[in-house]
Design a protein around this ligand. Structure first.
Ligand code: AMP
Ligand code: ZN
Length: 481
C-alpha cells in the first residue's frame, strides 16, 4: 500500500485534487499520441516530456504504471468540424507515397525525437488502424442506445441526447446553438455533433478504408481513443493526458462516446499541458512557427538541455520558446553535469566525515521538500531550484550526489550517466603527478612554470582550481560555460 499525498490539477473540476487511483498500487494512464502525417516539433515534445515526468513521478512514488499511448494514423481531418481531408491521406497524395508509409515514417520520426529526450516508451503503443473492429463495436453500442444518427457523409453522435455533454470544457451549449445556422454541415442536428464513422465519398477510393455496418469508410478521430483506452485499460481509467487544445473537442467527444456507451465514468483525472509558444502564438504546423528537435541539435544544443528548459516551467503554464532561453538552460544544465562529474574529484586525502545527525536531518529535509514539490501537481520548477540549493549547500558531496541522482529518476536528465562516468573517471598517474609538481612550484612561488603545467593539464582535458589548502582538479565541461 502506497502512502501518498499527491495532488493533481484535474481539468474536470478545475482544481487540485488528491490522487486516489482505483487500484491503490497501480495506475492506468492513457495519453493521446501524435497524428503521424508530418515531423514532430518541440511543441509536441513539451507535452510528451510532461507525460513522461508524470509517469516517472508516479513510479518514483511507488506505483506501477500501465501507460498506453495511441498513434493517430487515420481519421484526423484537416478541420475539427469533421470536414476536409484526412491528414495522413492528404500527405500521402502530396508526397506520392502510401498512407501506410507516411504513417510509418513520421511515427519513427516521433520516437526518434522522444528517445533523444529520454522520454520512456509507454508499455502499449497502439495504432488506430489496428483497432477498427473495437471502434465499430462501440459505435454499435451507441446506436443501440439511440445516441447516433446517419447522414449523407457518415454516422454522427447526437450530443443533445447526453446529459452533461461538454462538462470537461464547460461548454455553453446554448451559445453554441446560436451559431448553428452558420455551421458547415447543414445535415448535422446540433453544432456539437461529431462523426463516429465517415463514409468514403462515392466515386472516390481511399487508401485506408474498411467495411462497416453503415458503409465503407473510416473512423472519426475521437473514437480511436475511446476504443484503445477501453481495450487496454478498461472502461474507467485513472489518468488521461493531452495538450490543452484537446479539451473542447477531442477529449469532450471521447467522454461523450465512452460514457454514452458504458454508462460509467470514463476518466477520473484529466491532466492537460500548456502550449509551447513562439512570440506569443502556439507553436504549430499550420502557423509554420515550429522547430524540430533536429533544428535544436543543428544549432549545437543538447536535446536534454531542451528537456531541462521544459522542467523549469510548470507544465500547465504556457511557455514562450526562445533560443536565448534554451541557451540559458544549456548553460545551467552543463554546469549541473560538471558538478556531478567532477565535484568529488578533489585531490585531497581528507575523507569526508559523517559529522552528526544534524546533517542527516538536513538531507532528510531536502528529500521531504522534493517529494512535496512532486506531490504539488508536479512542481518541477521548484524541484529544479532545490537541486541548485543542494549543490550550493554545505552537505558532503556524496550526499549531494545521492540526492540528485535519486531525483533524476524523475527529471530524466541522464545525470546518473554522469555519475557513472564520474566513477569511471580515473585521473591518470601522469596528471596526478603534474598536479603535484605544480603545487610544489607554486609553493616555491615559481608562478610561470606552474602556469605552463596548468596548460599541460588542461590540454589533457582537466581544469585546475586553486583553493587555499589544495588544488581541485575537474574534468573539463563538454560545453562552454
Ligand atoms: P497532434 O499530433 O497535433 O495530435 O498533437 C499531439 C499532442 O501534442 C497533443 O496532445 C497536442 O496537444 C500537443 N501539442 C501540439 N502542439 C503543441 C504545442 N505547441 N505545445 C504543447 N503541446 C502541443
Ligand atoms: Zn485522444
Amino acid at each position: 500500500m502506497i502512502i501518498n499525498n499527491m495532488f493533481f490539477y484535474n481539468t474536470l473540476f478545475r482544481k487540485k485534487e488528491k490522487f486516489e487511483p482505483f487500484n491503490p498500487s497501480k495506475v492506468g494512464l492513457y495519453s493521446c499520441g501524435p497524428t503521424v502525417y508530418d515531423y514532430a516539433h518541440i511543441g509536441h515534445a513539451r507535452t510528451y516530456v510532461f507525460v513522461d515526468v508524470l509517469k516517472r513521478v508516479l513510479e518514483y512514488s511507488g506505483y506501477k504504471v500501465d501507460h498506453v499511448m495511441n498513434i493517430t494514423d487515420v481519421g484526423h481531418l484537416t478541420s475539427e468540424a469533421d470536414t476536409g481531408d484526412d491528414k495522413v491521406e492528404k500527405k500521402a497524395k502530396t508526397e506520392g507515397k502510401t498512407a501506410w508509409d507516411i504513417a510509418k515514417y513520421y511515427t519513427k520520426d516521433f520516437f526518434d525525437m522522444t528517445g533523444k529526450l529520454n522520454i520512456l516508451k509507454p508499455q502499449v503503443i497502439c495504432k488506430a488502424t489496428d483497432y477498427i473492429p473495437q471502434m465499430i463495436k462501440i459505435i454499435k453500442q451507441l446506436e443501440e442506445k439511440g445516441l447516433t444518427y446517419v447522414i449523407s457523409d457518415g454516422v454522427y453522435f447526437d450530443t443533445s441526447k447526453l446529459k452533461n455533454y461538454g462538462k470537461l470544457a464547460r461548454l455553453k451549449i446554448e451559445d453554441l446553438k446560436e451559431g448553428a445556422r452558420v455551421g458547415k454541415n447543414k445535415e448535422k442536428r446540433n453544432p456539437t455533433d461529431f462523426a463516429l464513422w465517415k463514409f468514403t465519398q462515392s466515386g472516390t477510393k481511399r487508401q485506408m478504408e474498411w467495411q462497416s455496418p453503415w458503409g465503407v469508410g473510416f473512423p472519426g478521430w475521437h473514437i480511436e481513443c475511446s476504443a484503445m483506452s477501453m481495450e487496454h485499460l478498461g472502461e474507467t481509467i485513472d489518468i488521461h493526458t493531452g495538450g490543452i487544445d484537446h479539451i473542447p473537442i477531442h477529449h469532450t467527444n471521447e467522454i461523450a462516446q465512452s460514457e454514452g456507451a458504458t454508462g460509467k465514468l470514463f476518466v477520473k483525472y484529466w491532466l492537460h499541458a500548456g502550449h509551447l509558444l513562439v512570440e506569443g502564438k502556439k507553436m504549430s504546423k499550420s502557423l509554420g512557427n515550429y522547430y524540430r528537435l533536429k533544428d535544436v541539435v543543428d544549432k549545437g544544443y543538447d536535446p536534454l538541455s531542451l528537456r531541462y528548459l521544459f522542467l523549469t516551467a510548470h507544465y500547465r503554464t504556457e511557455m514562450n520558446f526562445t533560443w536565448k532561453a534554451l541557451e540559458g538552460a544549456q548553460k545551467a544544465f552543463s554546469k549541473l553535469k560538471v558538478q556531478l562529474a567532477t565535484g568529488n574529484l578533489q585531490l585531497t586525502n581528507k575523507k569526508e566525515k559523517r559529522v552528526d545527525s544534524k546533517l542527516d536531518s538536513q538531507v532528510e529535509e531536502y528529500s521531504k521538500r522534493f517529494r512535496n514539490y512532486l506531490n504539488d501537481d508536479l512542481d518541477m520548477p521548484r524541484a529544479i531550484a532545490l537541486v541548485w540549493e543542494v549543490v550550493k549547500s554545505d552537505i558532503p558531496d556524496s550526499d549531494k550526489y545521492k540526492l540528485i541522482i535519486d531525483w533524476d529518476r524523475v527529471f530524466g536528465l541522464g545525470l546518473a550517466g554522469q555519475e557513472i562516468k564520474n566513477k569511471e573517471l580515473v585521473i591518470s598517474r601522469e596528471v596526478k603527478g603534474l598536479v603535484k609538481e605544480r603545487e610544489k612550484l607554486r609553493e616555491e612561488k615559481k608562478w610561470e612554470e606552474a602556469d605552463k603545467i596548468r596548460k599541460e593539464i588542461e590540454e589533457k582535458g582537466y581544469l585546475v582550481e586553486d583553493k587555499q589548502e589544495k588544488s581541485i582538479i575537474k574534468k573539463k565541461p563538454r560545453y562552454d560555460l
